[in-house]
Each structure stands twice: as structure tokens, then as C-alpha cells.
Design a protein around this ligand. Sequence first.
Ligand code: NDP
Length: 497
Amino acid sequence: MTSTTLPICIAGHWRAGRGERYATCYPATGEPVAWLNAANLEDLEEAIQCAHQAFLHSGWAQRKPHERAAVLYRIAEGIRAQAEELAQLQRQDNGKPILETRALVASAAATFQFFAAACETLEETITPSRGDFMTMSVYEPMGVVAAITPWNSPIASEAQKVAPALAAGNAVVLKPAEITPLLALELARICDAAGLPKGLISVVPGKGSILGDALTSHPLIKRVSFTGGTRTGKHIAHIAADKMMPVSLELGGKSPTIVLDDADLDHAVAGVLYGIFSSSGEACIAGSRLFVARALYQPFMQRLVAAASQLRVGDPADERTQMGPLISAAHRESVERYVALGLAEGGRLLLGGQRLEGAAYGQGYYYPPTILEGLGNQQRVCREEIFGPVLVAMPFDDEATLLAEANDSLYALAAGIWSRDYKRAWALGRRLQAGTVWINTYKQFSISTPFGGWRDSGLGREKGRLGILQYMEQKSLYWGMNPQPLAWAGINMEAAS
Ligand code: NDP
């Protein structure tokens, strides 16, 4: 690690931010990875003004779709060319195991490639004519878009916003989480090298409490794409309402995973484990409420606990590691408070529940896979997002009660069903209230499939071929085809001539 100050990308220039100097730290050791100065409010204003000028004058918005796509394809290639370096950097920035960060980097490249294709194949339509005119529906870029991302999967969530926003012809001001700014900065470098006109992307690392409102309420910001906590998302939604500005909000979750009595238990155990404990549970879609058919409950839980106790928690640089540390000391304390609350509410620990310390874990913020039972769906650990490796298991007796409980949550982001009976899974899947339902699988993603939440889990959808339209304004064009003037004015052409 060097103590040199990293430059940030403001308005097409690489220079030190004018905000507070701080270090980003490796959660596995607590040691600094890089030093940088945050952007301050003046930097932010410069970035927004410059993005606006670049939007108006760089010619990006006017380029033909296939020409913009060519730049996005080069960005995808740029990410691939330094994939290992980026994966290692992301591992250091947020402590995820290297196998996981490699997958996130690959997904970021695929996202740019996908939206390049979406851009050059986006069709504008001629709508059925209902008069003496031809009608068209077309799409225009919006201007300057703010992209705001959390710390848990930086390069993937940044790509999911920046790629469609640029593909649509916009400029972007990207605000990464204060504690994980490094991948956003690398992405801006790759955009530069790929030939994106200067000023079209700025990266403003810094505290949301300082930069957030100034960014989202700025009159030149025409859309906000936000991923983060529900409280912050609602705050942004209020600001957006005042400006009549569209927003997309990818927020929290408390997803139910359901094991029916005819499930393939090997698949279900593997899927439930992956659903809650991969990413150390720091995932919006973590399957944190487990409902198991009562007839299966005891044997299933025995297998689940035995398998969970074998998960390898440790050094994120080790390719065998399945769970790394949590993001910070403060976040680990928050997870610990939730487990203590679950126990105080009458829960029993089946596994974990004590922070991992000692030589093997150094100063890292490690927490083991933790499984609680003996709690009901009404208790706080089942209602609030813990965002850590904590699973609450509950037996159920019949599908009607199960469905009511699974749907009884402020959140509605995702759900999982394990069953060998596809008709039963279909019926249940259609009645679960969630943006994504996985059947006999969990936490699988495809950039070609829309993603987003209902209720407190968010507004709008990212991904999917039409995800690009989130970053465009629709416009209708009418072309008059009548050789006569409009009848209303009563102009007689023959008399007039
Ligand atoms: P936060 O909402 O605290 O932060 C998310 C981002 O918003 C950060 O960049 C943060 O900056 C910024 N921010 C904070 N305050 C404001 C503000 N007033 N205006 C604008 N931006 C602001 O969430 P967490 O960092 O705690 O992230 C975890 C949350 O993200 C979880 O709830 C999780 O479920 C959700 N999430 C949702 C996903 C989804 O797709 N649905 C995916 C991943 C996570 P700063 O870094 O300074 O705090």
C-alpha cells in the first residue's frame, strides 16, 4: 500500500479531491489499501456542470447508436483486459473472496457488452396511424444522470448503472460508497482509455451525508439511479418528487426461501446455504427467512447445520474461501446486536453467533454462518434487514399460512422455492410477492432479465434489454400527411390561391 493520494476523476481531469483525506481499508486486516481525498461540494458542482456541457457539446448524444456501442464494447474489453487486477482490487476494497470478485468483474464486462448490443439494436416504432398523419415513438437521452452505489458489489452495480446510462447517450456522475471508491475510479479510467469523450463520466467519492442531497437535488441532474438502503432510497424519492425527476431505487430485502416437503434435499441444502451465506450475507437478495415443511424440518435442519458448519470462512485472497470478513467493525457490531436481539426474543442458536477472532482471523471483521430457530415471522430479526450471515429458520404446516407469512414483509425483493413438483412450484411462485422468484435455484443472475423490488425493496427495474429505456425520455412524433390544411381553420386552398 502506498500513502500517495489517489487522484479522482472530476470533470474530465484526474486530480486530488478537495474534500477530507481518508483511507479505504481492507476488511480482512483493517489496514489501509489506498488514500484519497473525497470530493467536496465544489468538486461535485464542477463535475455536474462539466457533465452537462459534455452532454450538450461532446456530440455523444448525437452519435449513431452503433458508434456509441463501439465505445461500450471497448469498455467491456478494457475491463476484461485487466480483470485479475480489478478482482484483486475489489477484494481489497470490500473484503469479498477472490472467486466472488472475479465473477463480479466478469459480470461488469458482460453488462457493458450487453448494453452496447441493446443500444445498437434499440428500435423506435411507427405506431398505427389514426389520422392524416404518421406517428412515431422515439427515445431521447435525458442529460446528466446520477448513479449512486453501495459498498457490497461495487463494480457490478456501477456497471449496471453506468453502461445503460452511457449507451442511452447521457453523461454520468457516479457516487460510489465512501468506503469502496476504488473500482468506480478504475472504471472511469477504462472509460477514458476506451475513448469516451471527456467529462461524460465523473466519480465523486465521499460521504453521502455531505454530497448526497447536493447531487440528487441539483437541477441539472435529470435522473437518479440508486442502489442502497431503504431509508436513503425513500429520502431520495422525496427529493425526486419535488423535482418531478424519475428515479430507480434498488433497496433492501428480507427474502423468504421455502423448502416444500417434496424438495430434492441436496439441492435445497446447497441452495439455501448459497442464498444466505455467500457474500457473508451482505446481499440485498440474501435468503434470510427460511420456511421448511414441518415434516422435513428436523432432518433438513440437521443437514443444513452440518453443511453450514463446513463452510470455509477466512482469507479472501485464498481461492478456497467461501466467506470473507464483513465490511467494517461497525457493521459486524450491528449483526451482533441482531443476533443478541433474536436470542432475547426467544431464539435458539443452531450454529455460529460468536465473532471469529484469533490468529487465523487477525484484525479482520469476521463473523461465522449463524442459524437461529424458535422465532416467528413477526419478530424483528425476521422483519429487519440484517445484511449479514444470519438465517432464521421456521417450520410451516400448510401452504396457505406459509404464503401469508412469506408475503408478510415490508420488503419484496426476492424469494426461493425448492420442490420437485413444477405445478406446485408454479402456483406458489406466481403468488409470492417479490421482484424475482427462484425455483430450484437461488441467487442466479442474468443481465438479460429485469431486476428490482416491490414495496420497500424499490422502484423501477435495472437490466434487461429494455433497461436502457430507464435512461431515456420517450417522445412521440406526428408527421402531417394531409395535402389539405387542418380543417378547423376553414381555409379553402382553392379560394386562397
Ligand atoms: P446506504 O443507503 O447507506 O448507502 C448507499 C449509497 O448511498 C452510498 O453511496 C451512500 O454514501 C449513499 N448515500 C447515503 N446518504 C445519501 C443521501 N442522502 N443521498 C444520496 N446518497 C446517499 O446503503 P448501504 O451502504 O448501507 O448499503 C447497503 C444497503 O444497500 C442494504 O440495505 C442493501 O439491501 C442495499 N442493496 C440493495 C441492492 C438491490 O439491488 N436492491 C443491492 C445491494 C445493496 P456513503 O457511502 O457515504 O454512505
